[in-house]
Design a protein around this ligand. Structure first.
Ligand SMILES: [Zn+2]
Length: 163
């Protein structure tokens, strides 16, 4: 998980806990390096077509075998919109175009995660599961499977209110 380092990534000296910039952080007594335990940022993509929503069946833990919206972590230096496009293509084989920002959610816990949810349109490609997805499929509101992750459930709840 998101464990702070024990040694300074700059000089290798064991880090110490010390108050710095308003919180207790790992600092290096040798070179003054300060470790910031940054939040993880995830992107979820909400794609609908003819009143159906695109879901992927997860092929890996956590929640292996459960269905969820296409999602993934933002790589360092990556625009979250690129993450949405990249992850959706990797998991479903579809090319998408970002339509709008749907929501931003925050999940507290040992691995603080900020989830950015985009609404997008499929503009090409061929539906085919890949990467860490075991299946990719369009679902009508009446045939929805049980969903993994609160972020996916929240999006689908909102989507269902329009029917
Ligand atoms: Zn150091």
């Amino acid at each position: 998980m998101n464990r702070p380092p024990n040694f300074c990534p700059q000089c290798g000296t064991p880090l110490q806990d010390a108050p710095k910039f308003g919180a207790v952080r790992r600092v290096c007594p040798n070179c003054d390096y300060v470790h910031f335990n940054d939040p993880k940022v995830a992107v979820v993509t909400f794609i609908t077509q003819e009143n159906r929503v695109l879901l992927v069946k997860r092929g890996v833990e956590p929640e292996e075998g459960q269905w969820a919206l296409p999602a993934g972590y933002v790589d360092y230096g990556e625009d979250p919109r690129e993450t949405a496009i990249r992850e959706t293509y990797e998991e479903t084989g579809l090319h998408i175009e970002i339509q709008s920002l749907f929501d931003v959610m925050f999940y507290r816990g040992h691995n603080a995660v900020i989830v950015i949810i985009y609404q997008a349109n499929a503009i090409g490609g061929q539906l085919q599961a890949g990467d860490d997805a075991a299946e990719a499929k369009w679902f009508a509101p009446t045939e929805l499977p049980e969903l993994a992750f609160e972020s996916s459930r929240a999006v689908i709840r909102k989507w269902l209110t329009q029917f």
